[in-house]
Every structure is written in C-alpha cells, then in structure tokens.
Design a protein around this ligand. Structure first.
Ligand code: UN1
Length: 478
C-alpha cells in the first residue's frame, strides 16, 4: 500500500504514523496510507513558509500566474482520475467528483489570471505636493484548514488565492479525505512551486490544526468546517490578533411560493437537499412551502426522492453516494429519530444494507414540521430535508430568516416582485432564485452572515480582501 507523505519545505517527509483512508462506499477498500503529522511538523512547515515568504512576495505576477495556470491545466487534464479518487474517498458520485475537480481546475486558472491583476489606487492628498498610493501586499504565512465535503475544491479555493497574492501556505486537510489534498500538493510541487511556499501537513485537527492556529509565526487562518471549531479558531485568532476567515454551517431556507413552477421547485429542492448526500453547508435543508402548492409539491418531491438511486459512488447509475463515515451516519440517524420524536412525519431516512459494506442512508423527508423543532435549527449535514408549511410570502420570509445561520437562501417563484423582495430581505450571504441553494459559481464571492461565516468573503476577486493587506504610502518629493 502506497504511503503518502507530508510536503514540508519542498521535501516529502515521512511520519511515524500513517492513517488508513477508507472508501465509504466499500469499507474493505483502503484508498491509501497518509502521514499523520505532529506539532514539530507544523513548526517545520511554518518555519519553511516564513523563510520562503520574502522570495514569493517578490516573485513576479508572471511567475505566480504560470504556477497556478500549470496546476489548473493538470487538474483539468486528469479530472477523470482525480474525480474518481475524490468519489472513492469522500463518497460523492463520480459525476460530482469529476465536476468538483473541474471546479478546482477553474479556480486555479481564475487565480492565475488574478495574479496578473493585483491593482492599487492613487489618491490625491489633502496636502500640497504629496502623492498617496494604496497598494495590496501579501499577508505572509497563511494556515488553511479544510473540510472533507469538498476535498479538492476547497483546498483549491483557499490555496490558489493565497499563492496568487504572494502568500506562503500551510494546508491541513480533513482527515477523512487526504488523497485530494495530497494531489494539490503534488501538482504544486511538480509544477515548480518553490520550496516552503506551499506546505502540506496532514494529521489530527486537535494536534496539527491547533498547532497551526496557535503558532506564533502564522499571520492568518482560513477555515471551513464546523461551528464549534470555527468559534474556537475565532477566539484564538482574536487573542493573537491574527486575521481569520471562517466558513461554517448553514440551515438554508428554500421558499416555494404558490406561484412557483412546480417542476422547477421540485428539481431545485431535490438537488439542493439531497445531492452530494446533503453534505454541503449550502444544502437546502428547510423547504418553506406556501399552503396552496404544499400538497402537490410534497407529493412530487417525495416521489422523486424515493426514486433516487443510493449506491456505490463509483457506479455510474448512482445518484446519492454514501454518507462519509460511521460517525456522520449515526448522527444523521439520530436526527431521523429526533424528527419522529418532535412530531414530524418521516419518509425514508433508514440505513441501507447494500451488497458492499458502506455507510448508505436513504434520503429523508420530514413533513409537518415547525421551524422551532431542533431538526430545523441544527445543521444535520446529511441527506435530510424538512418541509415547513406557511400561509403567505410574509410568513415565508420570517421563517426563512428565523435561524442562527445566514449562508444561502433560495426562493422558487415566477413573481418578479417576490423574487426582488426576497433578494433584498433574505438575511444570507447568497440568494438563489429558482435555483438550489447549493452549487455556486467559482468566480464570484462565497460566504454568509451571522453564524455561518466570519471575516472577508472567499472566492472571486473579493478573495483579495482576506489574502492581502492594504498599505497606504505618502510621498513628498520636495
Ligand atoms: C457549493 O454549494 O457549491 O462546505 C459549495 C461547503 C461549502 C461549499 C459549498 N463551503 O459545503
């Protein structure tokens, strides 16, 4: 079995311990062995990054462009191979795995372009004969901590802008999906990334993640993951006065109004709620449906949901892959029980035993629910969605906004007035009209409000906000 090492200071370094990466569609299938880093590895990686930082900050835009472009090209050329690895280790379908790999490729190519477009601002001083110049500089050494649910796209959309804007990186990917992060590190290395500019330290969050966040020589941390870990990181970064960017949970509302096109609404909800096994922080987990369309919508959605084929992620016929691991599956099943206890009518949601040993779960629909139930307040992160019946648009918007989170909010309607009103009044960072709440473009800002996100937006040119620092220079030529 191949052992995969950490990349520290341009060298692939073995470790004392390796973790087994298993396929959630078939737990007999070991994807590979991956190094488990230590606090010392983090220290070595941060030290290497710090040493490389002046050189990379001074590298020309062309050099940074060429590296990112080359990685983007290789990702796209081998999207089939890496997409298969992604589906094998994470469990999303092969089409989703390949699609996500292409998204990572596009992200690298986009930021290759952005590396050439780092701009500033000349401003007139209020005093005579003085020029004021506002420029953007790299932040320095950035720690990136990424989740398992988008194992190639999220490392890409954090690492590519970090590097494009001249920062050095220490990446700690989620333990469950080390293969994809290892691919990113390998490609950066193969494409000539200078030693220390990009470092990969795999290992436990409580060891490696904590060591990155608390390391005295890290300038900023970008994290995607749970609310609990994100809150902890915010506290540490606040104390140490370091920049942080957090993407955490969601409990995204999808409003379906009486005037919606029923087929559009069912397809948006089916995709947004259940695809990728519901393991998206942008999932449409609360469907808020107006009384007049409610019964027809539920009937159609239920039929479509029950027809979804759950199975091995690598089987081309599969529409819903397995849950990522036993722990997540148990948590999902506990929420299905809770839904019943709270008085919801539950359709589906049971564990499925298929020919191969895996973590399969039938998608679950919770009907006749209210917004105050725990199933509608807490992020489940599985193939489970609730329906909440409302009387009218005003009640829909009140319920949609009645959550601690604020990532994505959707509405299905044919009314321009309601769509416009919803865009303005939804308390969320992203609003979708007649589209699932999940599944975003790679070149525009991503992020939310309130409990979902903290710090500047990710992606698109807005990523510069987090990955650069602004300098204001005054010049008096005499
Ligand atoms: C998407 O919906 O296309 O962890 C992206 C997540 C998000 C990414 C969602 N940060 O689910």
């Amino acid at each position: 079995m191949t052992k995969h090492d950490n990349l520290i200071g341009g060298k692939w370094l073995p470790s004392n311990t390796y973790s087994e990466n298993r396929n959630p569609s078939n737990t007999d299938d070991v994807v590979g062995l991956y190094a488990q880093g230590s606090v010392d590895d983090v220290d070595a990686a941060v030290t290497a990054a710090r040493k490389a930082a002046p050189g990379w900050a001074a590298a020309t835009p062309q050099t940074r462009h060429d590296l990112l472009e080359a990685v983007g090209r290789k990702l796209a050329e081998r999207a089939e191979e890496y997409g298969r690895l992604l589906s094998r280790e994470e469990g999303k379908t092969l089409a989703e795995g390949i699609g996500e790999t292409m998204r990572a490729a596009q992200v690298f190519k986009f930021f290759a372009g952005e590396a050439l477009r780092v701009t500033g601002d000349m401003q007139a001083s209020v005093r005579p004969d003085i020029d004021v110049e506002v420029t953007r500089e790299p932040v320095g050494v950035i720690g990136l901590i990424t989740p398992w649910n988008f194992p190639i796209a999220i490392p890409a959309w954090k690492a590519a802008p970090a590097l494009a804007y001249g920062n050095c990186v220490v990446l700690k990917p989620a333990d469950l999906t080390l293969g994809c992060a290892h691919v990113i590190a390998t490609l950066l290395d193969e494409c000539g990334c200078p030693p220390g500019v990009f470092n990969l330290v795999m290992g436990r969050g409580s060891v490696v993640g904590e060591a990155i966040v608390t390391h005295p020589d890290v300038d900023a941390v970008s994290f995607t993951g749970s609310v609990a870990t994100g809150s902890h990181i915010a506290e540490v970064c606040g104390r140490l006065k370091r920049k942080c960017q957090l993407e955490m949970g969601g409990k995204n509302p999808m409003v379906v109004l009486d005037d919606a096109d029923l087929d559009v609404a069912v397809s948006a909800c089916l995709n947004g709620t259940f695809f990728s096994t519901g393991q998206r922080c942008t999932a449409s987990s609360r469907m808020i449906v107006q009384a007049g369309i409610h019964d027809a919508f539920v009937e159609k959605l239920q039929t479509a949901m029950l027809a979804l084929k759950v199975g091995d992620a690598l089987d081309p016929a599969t529409q819903i892959g397995p849950v990522v691991d036993e722990k997540q599956l148990s948590s999902n099943l506990a929420y299905v029980d809770l839904a019943r206890k709270e008085g919801a009518k539950v359709i589906g949601g049971e564990r499925l035993e298929l020919a191969v040993p895996g973590y399969f779960q039938a998608p679950a629909l919770f009907l006749e629910t209210t917004n105050s139930m725990r199933i509608n307040r807490e992020e489940i992160f599985g193939p489970c969605g609730s329906v909440i019946k409302v009387a009218d648009f005003e009640e829909a918007i009140t319920v949609a906004n009645d959550t601690e989170f604020g990532l994505s909010a959707g509405i299905c309607t044919t009314s321009l007035k309601h769509a416009r009103d919803f865009k303005r009044r939804a308390r969320a960072g992203m609003v979708m009209v007649n589209l699932p709440t999940a599944g975003v473009d790679f070149h525009v800002p991503f992020g939310g409000t309130r409990g979902s996100s903290f710090g500047p937006r990710e992606q698109g040119r807005y990523a510069a906000e987090f990955f650069t620092t602004v300098k204001t220079s005054y010049l008096f030529a005499g």
